[in-house]
Design a protein around this ligand. Structure first.
Ligand code: PLP
Length: 401
C-alpha cells in the first residue's frame, strides 16, 4: 500500500463549496420542487460577449484547416495577448516576458505554492478565498488544524473586519515569508486605498516578504480613486506577484484563462530572480492555455471590445445594487456591493452556518457562510451578485417577504 500524503490528509473536512452543495442536495431531496436560487459560489451566468465569440469562431475555423492549424502554443502564452493584457490593465508597466498566461487564477495560486515549496511561512487575510490556505496546507507549509484557533498552526491570520475597515493592523502583524492579499477581497468586497496598499508594500519590503496579490475582481472596482492593481504602488515590483483572471471579467469561468505577473525586479534572498524559477515551474506544470480561449480573450480585450466587457460587469454590479437596496430596506447590516460583486452581510451574534441553513430552508436561497472564509467571517454571510436579473429580483423579493 502507498502511504497517504500527510499534508493532504491535514486538510480539514470538505472544501467549502462541496459542503454547501451537499446541504442544497439534501433540501432538494426533501423538497424536490423547491425553486432554489444560488447566490453562493459566485459563478457567472451571462453569455460570452460578441467580440469573444468572434475571436473564438475565427480561431476554430482556422484550426479546422491544414493551413490554419496550430498545435502547442508559446508556453508562456500568446505574446500578442500578453501585450494586450499589459496595455489594458498595466499600461507601460511591464514587458510581455513578465506576464504568464494560465488557465485561471486558482491553478496559478496552486502552482505558485510549488514555486515556494514547504519551508515558507504564510499570512493570509482573514476572511479570504479559501484556496490560499488550502494550497499551503497541501504543500506542507502549515501544522495541523487547530480547533481552538479555528485555523491551521503556523498560518498568521490578518483579521479584516468592519472594526478595522477591513484592512489589517500591520503594526501588530507577525512577519511571514508570503502574504496573501486579495483586492477586491472575496468575500468582504473591500478594496484598500492607495495609502493602505502603500503601507502593505512598505511593510512587506521592510520584512523582506513577498505578497501574492489576487486581483481576480479588479474589473468591478467602480470608484476611480481606488487602485486597480498593486503595481500602481511605489516599490511593489520588488515585493509582489499579482494574479488576474478573465473568469469574472469576461465570463470565462468555464472557458478558463488567467495570468500571473512576476516582475523582473523581484528576487529571492540569494539574489536570484523569482521570474526564472516561475518560468521553470509554470512551463513544467503547465503547457500553455487553450488556444481558443486565448483567441477569444484577444478579441474580447481589444480596445474596441472593452465596453462589452464593461457591460458584463455592470450587469452584475446592478444585481449587487438591487440586492443591497432590498437588504438595507429590511435592516440588514450590509458591507460592500459598490466595488465588488458580493454583499458581505453581518448577522450579529449568529452562527454563519446556522444563518446559511435558515436562508436555504426558509427562503430557498443558497449563500455562503462567512465562517467558511476564516474565523473573522463568523457572524457574516456572503451573497454573490452573479445570476440573471430575474433570479436576483426574485431573491430580493424573498428576502423582503
Ligand atoms: N481568486 C478569487 C479571489 C476568486 O474568488 C476566484 C474564483 O472564485 C478565483 C481566484 C479563481 O479564478 P479562476 O476562475 O481564474 O481560476
Amino acid at each position: 500500500m502507498v502511504k497517504r500524503n500527510c499534508n493532504i490528509a491535514k486538510v480539514k473536512g470538505q472544501y467549502l463549496f462541496p459542503r454547501i452543495a451537499r446541504y442544497k442536495a439534501e433540501l432538494l431531496k426533501r423538497e424536490p420542487s423547491a425553486n432554489v436560487i444560488s447566490l453562493g459560489i459566485g459563478d457567472t451566468t451571462e453569455p460570452l460577449t460578441p467580440a469573444v465569440a468572434f475571436g473564438m469562431k475565427e480561431k476554430l475555423g482556422a484550426l479546422t484547416t491544414s493551413e490554419g492549424y496550430t498545435g502547442y502554443g508559446e508556453e508562456q502564452g500568446d505574446r500578442e495577448l500578453r501585450q494586450r493584457i499589459i496595455d489594458d490593465f498595466y499600461p507601460n508597466m511591464f514587458e510581455p516576458e513578465e506576464l504568464f498566461i494560465g488557465d485561471g487564477s486558482k491553478p496559478d495560486i496552486g502552482r505558485l505554492q510549488i514555486l515556494f515549496g514547504q519551508d515558507v511561512t504564510i499570512s493570509v487575510q482573514d476572511p479570504a478565498y479559501p484556496v490560499y490556505v488550502a494550497t499551503s496546507v497541501m504543500m506542507g507549509q502549515t501544522g495541523n488544524w487547530n480547533e481552538k484557533e479555528g485555523l491551521y498552526d503556523g498560518i498568521t491570520p490578518l483579521s479584516c473586519t468592519p472594526e478595522n475597515n477591513f484592512f489589517p493592523d500591520l503594526n501588530r502583524a507577525k512577519r511571514s515569508d508570503l502574504v496573501f492579499f486579495c483586492s477586491p477581497n472575496n468575500p468582504t468586497g473591500a478594496v484598500p486605498t492607495h495609502k493602505q496598499l502603500q503601507d502593505l508594500v512598505d511593510w512587506a519590503r521592510a520584512n523582506q516578504s513577498i505578497i501574492i496579490y489576487d486581483s481576480a475582481y479588479a474589473g468591478y472596482i467602480r470608484n476611480p480613486a481606488l487602485p486597480r492593481t498593486i503595481y500602481e504602488i511605489e516599490g511593489a515590483k520588488e515585493c509582489v506577484i499579482e494574479t488576474g483572471s478573465l473568469s469574472k471579467l469576461l465570463g470565462f469561468t468555464g472557458v478558463r484563462l488567467g495570468w500571473t505577473i512576476v516582475p523582473k525586479e523581484l528576487c529571492f534572498d540569494d539574489g536570484s530572480p523569482v521570474i526564472d524559477d516561475w518560468r521553470q515551474v509554470s512551463c513544467t506544470f503547465f503547457n500553455g492555455a487553450c488556444n481558443l480561449a486565448e483567441a477569444g480573450a484577444k478579441t474580447g480585450l481589444s480596445l474596441m471590445a472593452l465596453p462589452e466587457a464593461r457591460g458584463l460587469t455592470d450587469y452584475y454590479m446592478e444585481n449587487a445594487a438591487l440586492l443591497k437596496s432590498a437588504m438595507v430596506d429590511i435592516g440588514y447590516e450590509v458591507y460592500s456591493g459598490d466595488n465588488a460583486p458580493f454583499l458581505w452581510v453581518r448577522f450579529p451574534g449568529r452562527d454563519s452556518w446556522e444563518v446559511f441553513e435558515e436562508l436555504l430552508n426558509k427562503k430557498h436561497l443558497v449563500t455562503t457562510p462567512g465562517a467558511g472564509f476564516g474565523a473573522s467571517g463568523e457572524g457574516f454571510v456572503r451573497f454573490s451578485a452573479f445570476g440573471n436579473r430575474e433570479q436576483i429580483r426574485e431573491a430580493a423579493a424573498r428576502l423582503a417577504d
